[in-house]
Design a protein around this ligand. Structure first.
Ligand code: M7G
Length: 331
């Protein structure tokens, strides 16, 4: 995120054009960001949070991941400084106080105290958080795993059937019980349909870090491994309509998008990630991200490509699945 100001500068003409659309997305968010039909939750809930450990923090990314408790419930709180938007600069310059830190020749540094609404921190709360959530956010070494078709059936599949994260949040989205006001596009078809909405990592304030996810209405596709030629119409539909919806809403053409699936994902209900190209988000590296365009072509040339191929992916040191690969002598 540290380089986003530079990115905005390079893309400023485009961003200017996009602003009203992003503002509309933001207004939609504000009007419908909570449970369907309810006001988004607010208030002082964080005052009751008791910190037990910092799981990870980054001065460069300006974020901190904290494990703690609300009363007796485990929770993870993520705090992240948001990018400085070009359209707020005039107000930032006119409405802030400056305190001089040092001056030397032509150089001077200051502490700038911005008006509170221009100095917000994005806060994400996971509560109650499971041990798996805590591990997910902890800074950890990772190891590259080689998973054959047989490994998937004998190690990975039994493990994910028992151990994976709940996908209740996904069903809430599909059934309009949560985030209904944030939906950017929906194709309601039960076979090839999907819901496209902002990923909760994106605050929707600028297009530079655009991040949307498309969630399939079909509930029985766990991941990339399940995809065969029977899913081509679904994948092509998401690819085509997702790109069109993003062009319409954010004025961002397909040539500016990175559209991909994770393997392994954290949540085993098929979903596709849409990022603005150039936004270096964790998980978009070659060891975990599979471009949707490649996935479609691979299945076109071999209907069982993803069922039969050896797939490679990173697992963190304390991931239970890594333990299973070790037990099986596969690492
Ligand atoms: P993934 O590939 O399963 O794993 O992606 P990852 O989380 O390790 O990347 C799931 C995506 O869904 C991620 O990009 C999450 O940020 C996003 N996500 C997770 N939750 C719990 C929510 C949610 O409640 N709402 C929304 N809009 N996005 C979420």
């Amino acid at each position: 995120m540290a380089d986003s100001a530079a990115k905005r500068e390079t893309d400023s003409a485009e961003t200017d054009e996009l602003s009203p659309k992003v503002k509309r997305a933001k207004a939609d968010n504000e009007n419908g960001g909570g449970e369907a039909g309810e006001e988004p939750e607010s208030g002082v809930i964080l005052s009751g949070f008791k910190t037990s450990a910092v799981l990870r923090d980054s001065a460069r990314e300006k974020n901190i991941f904290i494990h703690g408790k609300f009363a007796d419930q485990d929770a993870v709180v993520i705090l992240e400084k948001t990018p400085i938007r070009e359209d707020t600069l005039a107000e930032l310059f006119s409405g802030s106080k400056l305190k001089l830190d040092m001056r030397n020749d032509i150089y001077s540094t200051y502490r700038l105290q911005a008006p509170p609404h221009l100095n917000e921190i994005k806060a994400t709360v996971v509560c109650p958080a499971t041990e798996k959530h805590v591990k997910k956010y902890q800074c950890q070494d990772s190891f590259l795993v080689e998973e054959t078709e047989k490994d998937y059936e004998s190690i990975t599949l039994p493990y994910i059937q028992k151990q994976s994260f709940s996908v209740q949040w996904v069903y809430n989205i599909l059934e309009k019980k949560a985030e209904a006001g944030r939906i950017v596009y929906e194709d309601p078809d039960p076979e090839v349909g999907f819901v496209l909405l902002p990923d909760f990592k994106w605050d929707q304030k600028q297009v530079d870090d655009l991040y949307l996810i498309a969630i399939t209405h079909q509930k029985n596709i766990k991941s990339l491994r399940d995809l065969t030629s029977e899913h081509l119409p679904l994948l092509q539909n998401i690819f085509q309509k997702g790109k069109e919806a993003i062009l319409q809403r954010y004025n961002l053409p397909a040539s500016k998008l990175r559209v991909y699936l994770h393997y392994q994902p954290s949540y085993y209900h098929l979903h596709i990630h849409f990022n603005k190209l150039g936004y270096e988000v964790p998980g978009c590296g070659v060891e975990r991200a599979h471009l949707l365009a490649d996935v479609i072509q691979n299945i076109q040339s071999d209907p069982d490509y993803y069922k039969t191929r050896t797939l490679y992916f990173p697992l963190r040191a304390d991931d239970g699945l890594l333990g299973k690969f070790k037990e099986a002598g596969r690492l």
